[in-house]
Design a protein around this ligand. Structure first.
Ligand SMILES: Cc1cc2nc3c(=O)[nH]c(=O)nc-3n(C[C@H](O)[C@H](O)[C@H](O)COP(=O)(O)OP(=O)(O)OC[C@H]3O[C@@H](n4cnc5c(N)ncnc54)[C@H](O)[C@@H]3O)c2cc1C
Length: 443
């Protein structure tokens, strides 16, 4: 207890113990399915706080969880009995318009980054829900509606400041600790606590062309076949996300579309897809990117029960399309959606960063979002069933979404794993940072 008091005295942020007021709020993470009770939550408000906490946990062999935005589906940012470092007080964003760069603290949310940069007519790739943390999002890769145009979040990362397992603050960039910088870009939270990210920003006009088009489920095969053909030559500014869901007992199929450029160009570029078959519902119109970046915030809000599996898709072949539609049958069905990759994400070598999946065109997500705990088993089974049916068409998965064992993690990083494992041994040989897609330190 004296040691905890000493730690608390050394910090500018607060420590919450189970008996403290505020503990329950502090231990919460986004997914309502996760209900863990750390022995302490350390709300860090400076890199020095993080250093103290990392040292405290290492010296006492405490299980250590690091929470950025708390959006890990399997709840990797909390733990029972150990310490949770909560980075949420560290959410400042500074925009340097001259250098076209954003300096972002490790506990900021994507909304903090988007809001600050878009206000200056600048942008970098951020995900589709604004209350997601920059931390976990970036370290796993970072996909968003602009990734085909300007690359993943890691492709725009200029540098990072990290508190490593020895309690030291290290800078990582192409020039400083380049091995660490390589590993951070896709290797997740394995290498330390990132207290600051610096991203490259791109000039950007918030006015875009966007909306949804929907068809009866019977048209899904046809429209996916048309899309598969057109998609091959679509410009990088186009982001198209097919989806399947159930509304009022009806199976629905649609495309969520965003053209990140002048609305009149978007209308022209997307005309072949829009004209292929008259949609039953069409909300395509000039819109703003900033509105799209928050329009799923409420549906995917904090505290709901969430279960998800995903996998990467290299090509929309006829047999894949058949399986995608044909398996969407039964009483209990999950949501199925895509994230559009390719473009700039594919023009980077597979070994240039730790993120190894440069050859895929889509991330296929399968999830259940619900509020009644009595539905848990049926909802989880619906996700697993559809995922199992689609797995033969998948090539690896996004470590930011799936919860998989050590062997699958190894395979998923492919030829990048041995190098990751060596970097892990150099910076975290005792595997202090293990609540993540865990890389084992090389022997
Ligand atoms: C609603 C929702 C929408 C999403 N949309 C997208 C999307 O559009 N694109 C996309 O690519 N992904 C998306 N994701 C997945 C997302 O990238 C991961 O859930 C990611 O882990 C979230 O980061 P976080 O900081 O909020 O998570 P946390 O739960 O806080 O952390 C996740 C992991 O990252 C580690 N970590 C977090 N911050 C740091 C840090 N600063 N330093 C070191 N380690 C850290 C944690 O220890 C943990 O292992 C979404 C997830 C959700 C729940």
């Amino acid at each position: 207890m004296a040691a905890v008091r000493e730690l608390a005295d050394s910090m500018s942020g607060a420590i919450y113990l189970p008996a403290d007021e505020g503990y329950d709020a502090a231990r919460k993470v986004w997914n309502g399915m996760i209900d863990k009770r750390p022995a302490m939550v350390a709300a860090c408000s400076s890199p020095a706080d993080v250093q103290h906490c990392v040292t405290f946990a290492r010296e006492r062999n405490l299980l250590l969880a690091v929470k950025g935005g708390g959006h890990s589906y399997p709840g990797k940012s909390t733990c029972d009995n150990g310490m949770m470092i909560d980075l949420s007080p560290m959410h400042a964003v500074a925009i340097d318009t001259r250098a076209s760069a954003a300096t972002v603290q490790g506990g900021a949310l994507l909304g903090h980054l988007d809001t600050a940069s878009l206000a200056q007519g600048l942008v970098t790739t951020a995900g589709i829900v604004s209350h997601t943390g920059v931390g976990g999002f970036t370290l796993g890769g970072g996909m968003g509606r602009l990734d085909r145009r300007i690359g993943l979040a890691i492709d725009n990362l200029l540098s990072a400041t990290v508190v490593t397992a020895d309690g030291q603050v290290r800078h990582a960039s192409d020039d400083e600790n380049p091995d660490l910088f390589w590993a951070l870009r896709g290797g997740g939270g394995n290498f330390g606590v990132v207290t600051e990210f610096v991203y490259r920003l791109h000039p950007f006009d918030d006015n875009v062309y966007a909306g949804n088009i929907q068809y009866p489920i019977e048209q899904a095969r046809h429209m996916m076949t048309v899309f598969a053909e057109l998609e091959q030559t679509m410009p990088d500014a186009v982001n198209v996300e097919p989806y399947l869901y159930v509304a009022d007992g009806q199976r629905m199929f649609g495309f969520a579309i965003l053209y990140a450029g002048a609305p009149e160009d978007g209308e022209r570029v997307l005309q072949p897809l829009l004209a292929a078959k008259k949609p039953e519902f069409n909300s395509m119109k000039p819109d703003t990117y900033s509105r799209w970046q928050t329009n799923a915030d409420e549906y995917l809000g904090h505290g709901k029960l969430n279960y998800l599996k995903s996998g990467f898709i290299v090509e929309l072949t006829p047999s894949f399309i058949d399986a995608f539609v044909g398996n969407y049958e039964g009483d209990e069905l999950p949501n199925v959606w895509y994230q559009h990759l390719g473009g700039a994400t594919s023009r980077i070598a597979g070994d240039a960063t730790a993120y190894a999946h440069r050859d895929v065109r889509f991330n296929l997500g399968i999830d259940a979002v619900f509020t009644d705990a009595a539905e848990t088993e049926a909802r989880i089974n619906s996700v697993r069933r559809y995922h199992q049916a689609m797995e033969p068409y998948m090539k690896g998965y996004y470590t930011n979404l799936n919860e998989e064992g050590a062997e699958k993690t190894w395979g998923n990083y492919g030829p990048n794993y041995p190098r990751l494992s060596e970097v892990k041994a150099r910076y975290d040989g005792e595997n202090l940072f293990r609540l993540n897609a865990n890389i084992m330190p090389a022997a």
